[in-house]
Design a protein around this ligand. Structure first.
Ligand code: SAM
Length: 210
């Protein structure tokens, strides 16, 4: 369990890769909904932080980026998942449509005011310094750009209570994240509930750069 918890925070081992992938497959609706809420247009420059197995990168590509000059950049501090994503998206990387970077969210080697849309799912739960991370995300976004995260709060609560798989995640509740956003120059910060038939609701935090 400890190795699984460590790998959920920073996937790093082949041995646990399949187990982690299996656990993260349940997160697919988070990435799908984050991309839907962002309303990505074909010319947009999009950033996903903490892409893990890469489902969100795929959704963003297929929503509309394939049909225009836009690009998706994936940043993750695990070189293990970056290597895997470079294989998975080799064709799109060769045309410049996808870029993968091994970086920490608190210090990304990206220019100022670069992105129209940003999303992350189940990654901020692990960021040790939320205010620095939010400031850095704000720096790389264009004025007026939008950022979304989607969470399954019921699942987070269940997993953390029953199994300890989230013991390396200090930010399980959205309040700390939302106050860091407010302190970092984000505005229009709102939470919305995404209702689903026969399944617990998801919650999205949406904000934009001033
Ligand atoms: C639990 S996984 C979530 C993966 C995927 N977004 C999903 O919803 O299935 C957390 C991911 O965030 C990445 N991550 C955690 N802390 C990070 C940080 N400080 N900077 C960049 N990436 C980070 C991890 O390497 C991992 O791939």
């Amino acid at each position: 369990m400890d190795k699984l918890a460590l790998n959920l925070r920073k996937p790093s081992s082949n041995c646990y890769a399949n187990l982690t992938r299996f656990a993260l497959a349940a997160n697919k609706p988070l990435g799908r909904n984050a991309v839907r809420l962002l309303q990505i247009e074909p010319h947009h420059k999009v950033l996903e932080v903490g892409f893990g197995p890469g489902h969100g990168l795929g959704y963003a590509l297929n929503q509309s980026l394939r049909n225009g000059p836009g690009q998706i950049v994936g940043v993750d501090f695990s070189s293990f998942v970056c290597d895997r994503a470079r294989k998975q998206f080799a064709a799109e990387i060769s045309t410049g449509k996808v870029k993968i970077m091994a970086d920490n969210v608190t210090s990304m080697s990206l220019p100022d005011s670069e992105f129209d849309k940003v999303f992350h799912t189940n990654s901020h739960l692990y960021w040790p310094d939320l205010p620095s991370a939010c400031k850095e995300l704000n720096r790389v976004m264009k004025p007026g750009a939008k950022m979304v995260t989607v969470m399954n709060l019921v699942r987070i609560e269940k997993i953390s209570r029953r199994m300890g798989a989230l013991k390396y995640a200090p930010n399980l509740f959205p309040e700390g994240y939302m106050s860091s956003l407010a302190a970092s120059g984000f505005e229009n910060i709102q939470t919305i509930e995404i209702k689903r038939r026969f399944m617990p609701s998801l919650h999205a935090v949406i904000c934009s750069k001033t």
